[in-house]
Ligand binder design. Structure first.
Ligand code: G3D
Ligand code: MG
Length: 183
């Protein structure tokens, strides 16, 4: 096999406090829908969507929790082999922003990636449609990202489909680029 060959399947996991919109973001990205019924009916561990990057088709396998994040007990299968870790918080909920450190630490402990300092994390600040209720500024989120080794930050709304497409495309690009460096 050629040394430049990149992985065609990328495992992406979404972590963050209960209620920040993880399931809604995945549903918006994969099914292009925002609904309250959806989260009750999802039985699968993950959903997939193909994305074209340069001359390749890459399958994003996006893993969602089934609500166990309340107990921070997601199990080893959830973390195993993740190519990218998406951290999510709710811009109207300061506590969900404060939890990011512990989610990041938990990921690094559970997944124990080979090169933790350069593992691709992405931060999503969700619910920007509720601008009037914002409790975490963009600036504050960006400076947190800087202290963690320049994690890319996107402000999104699963409800309004704002920036969700762009964020996941960037997630795929980033994970793919990292993948080819590791080889
Ligand atoms: P979770 O999977 O992280 O626990 P969910 O979060 O996707 O279940 O979403 C939690 C609640 O936030 C849901 O409302 C959902 O509709 C809402 N939500 C998710 N994304 C957005 C968003 O971008 N904007 C707004 N305004 N709300 C959002 P309920 O009322 O069902 O708890
Ligand atoms: Mg959920």
């Amino acid at each position: 096999m050629s040394g430049t060959r990149k992985k065609a399947l990328l495992k992406v996991i979404i972590l963050g406090d209960s209620g920040v919109g993880k399931t809604s973001l995945m549903n918006q990205y994969v099914n292009r829908r925002f609904s309250n019924q959806y989260k009750a009916t999802i039985g699968a561990d993950f959903l997939t969507r193909d994305v074209n990057i340069d001359d390749r088709t890459v399958t994003l396998q996006i893993w969602d929790t089934a609500g166990q994040e309340r107990f921070q007990s997601l199990g080893v299968a959830f973390y195993r082999g993740a190519d990218c870790c998406v951290l999510a918080f709710d811009v109207t909920n300061a506590a969900s922003f404060k939890s990011l450190d512990s989610w990041r630490d938990e990921f690094l402990i559970q997944a124990s990636p080979r090169d933790p300092d350069h593992f691709p994390f992405v931060l999503l600040g969700n619910k920007v449609d509720l601008e009037a209720q914002r409790a975490v500024s963009s600036k504050r989120a960006q400076s947190w990202c800087q202290t963690k080794g320049n994690i890319p930050y996107y402000e999104v709304s699963a409800k309004e489909a704002l920036n969700v497409e762009a964020a996941f495309l960037a997630i795929a690009r980033d994970a793919l680029a990292r993948e080819s460096q590791v080889r």
